[in-house]
Design a protein around this ligand. Structure first.
Ligand SMILES: [Zn+2]
Length: 251
């Protein structure tokens, strides 16, 4: 069975001597794996269309469940500029890790595809020297879109005001709710109103005007550290409880 779709290469891994398995975020099939026969033998257009982050129109032969073969792949946008910019690539790779680890494979999500493609275009065309705020916003937005954003607006159990974020709960908790016997001694992070303010706007404002947000260095570092802790907790929990065979080669 031949199917056509468009996808963004999230990662590739070697398969045997000369073959590759590519993981795509597709427009209509969600995240899928596909097999590419000998793309590394030559520096062909087919080979370069399998570079990470490439947006391409692809033809697949075979059932989706049993690793279809890529029979054709035409580049729509290579996003080479992102691969060649170390900081951009590292930051986008974090999004890729979130996507692969926290979204189920094979579930169509057109909105997620458009969102990720839009982020690649924004990061590629952004001329700011420092894109730290933009990268942080993209991470927050992605987490919000797939339902894993931390909650920072009040206690996650009772709604009371709180500035203590608990990574194991993914939320801020007030003094009362944080000290129940089963929670004794859990680590937390003290945040401030600037962090909450920036975080809330990151989620609510359209991403293309988010460059109007001008967080201070302390706010950026604070929120970035919080997200790192949140993700470390989420990903380790997820990886322990799921099949790791495909995650060993994670970007
Ligand atoms: Zn509470």
């Amino acid at each position: 069975m031949l199917t056509r779709t468009e996808g963004i290469v999230l990662k590739t891994q070697k398969y045997g001597e000369a073959d590759l398995i590519a993981t795509y975020l597709t427009s209509d099939k969600g995240i899928i794996n596909a097999f590419a026969k000998s793309p590394r033998k030559t520096k062909s257009r087919f080979g370069s269309s399998l570079e990470p982050l490439t947006h391409a129109k692809i033809s697949l032969w075979g059932k989706e469940q049993s690793l279809p073969r890529i029979t054709q792949s035409d580049i729509t946008n290579s996003f080479r500029q992102i691969r060649e910019n170390y900081r951009d690539f590292v930051n986008i790779s974090k999004l890729v890790e979130i996507l692969i680890s926290l979204t189920p494979a094979g579930i169509p999500n057109t909105r997620l595809f458009s969102f990720f493609l839009n982020i690649l275009h924004i990061v590629k065309s952004s001329e700011h020297e420092l894109k730290d705020a933009l990268h942080l916003i993209t991470r927050i937005r992605l987490l919000a879109m797939i339902g894993y954003a931390p909650r920072l607006k009040g206690c996650g159990k009772c709604g009371e005001k709180s500035l203590d974020f608990y990574p194991d709960s993914g939320t801020t908790l007030c003094g009362k709710c944080a000290v129940t016997p089963d929670r004794a001694g859990k680590p937390f992070m003290r945040i401030n109103n600037k962090v909450i303010h920036f975080y809330t706007h990151s989620i609510e404002w359209p991403i293309n005007i988010s460059n109007r947000l001008k967080p201070g260095r302390d706010t950026l570092y604070g929120l970035s550290g919080l997200l790192d802790k949140h993700l470390t907790y989420l990903l380790s929990k997820k990886l322990q409880s799921s099949d790791r065979s495909f995650r060993v080669f994670q970007v």
